[in-house]
Design a protein around this ligand. Sequence first.
Ligand SMILES: *[C@@H]1O[C@H](CO)[C@@H](O)[C@H](O)[C@H]1NC(C)=O
Ligand SMILES: *[C@@H]1O[C@H](CO)[C@@H](O)[C@H](O)[C@H]1NC(C)=O
Ligand SMILES: *[C@@H]1O[C@H](CO)[C@@H](O)[C@H](O)[C@H]1NC(C)=O
Ligand SMILES: *[C@@H]1O[C@H](CO)[C@@H](O)[C@H](O)[C@H]1NC(C)=O
Length: 182
Amino acid sequence: MTSLYTLFSVLLVLVVFPSSATGDLINQTCKNSSEGNRNIDQNFCVYALQAFPASRCANLTRLGLISITLVKNNVTDSRCLVKRFLEDKKPDKGTKAAMKDCLELYSDSAYALSDASKDFKAGRFSDANIKVSSVMDGSTTCDQGFDDLGVSSPLKNENGYIFQLSAITLSIIKMLNLSQES
Ligand SMILES: *[C@@H]1O[C@H](CO)[C@@H](O)[C@H](O)[C@H]1NC(C)=O
Ligand SMILES: *[C@@H]1O[C@H](CO)[C@@H](O)[C@H](O)[C@H]1NC(C)=O
Ligand SMILES: *[C@@H]1O[C@H](CO)[C@@H](O)[C@H](O)[C@H]1NC(C)=O
Ligand SMILES: *[C@@H]1O[C@H](CO)[C@@H](O)[C@H](O)[C@H]1NC(C)=O
């Protein structure tokens, strides 16, 4: 009975406090990222990375790949959203043109992220940096198209996610690049 209780306690401790040293890496990384870049919200960063399967014990390299995947998922989803919009709705000429621009930007971004992932895995961090930066720029260019029409971007939320997740990715790339140089 006593030993069962002990076993239970040990299990409970393992479940409640899973290796905090590694679990802390997400927090640590997001803290550094948000301190280095005011566009990054620490809570969003923690929420996004923790939601990814098997991320809690991931090292920084793995977190970098996870963040690239997160941006890619958002880009793919946003692209699909725009495609559906263009098929289902009958937007005015201006909106249609802006949407088509965004569609193209998202397609380019999806390619850029596949390349960035390869660069990242090969340790070509500056190449990965350039590609992820282009994705980040793409999200603002998409919103800008609507701003130019004088309407608020219907893709503001989507672009906001892409922007944030790209910024998080860039900041992880920077951390890895610094540790590689030292
Ligand atoms: C990480 O930060 C979140 C809040 O952002 C907090 O709830 C959580 O306890 C922290 N985890 C660790 C392991 O420090
Ligand atoms: C975060 O920054 C601190 C101080 O600059 C540094 O000691 C730590 O290693 C950094 N963490 C990561 C994950 O890069
Ligand atoms: C990071 O984790 C991956 C597995 O997710 C592993 O292949 C790699 O060797 C680890 N890198 C370091 C520097 O420990
Ligand atoms: C974008 O990424 C965030 C964080 O990973 C997630 O919460 C959100 O559901 C994603 N949005 C889309 C449209 O994929």
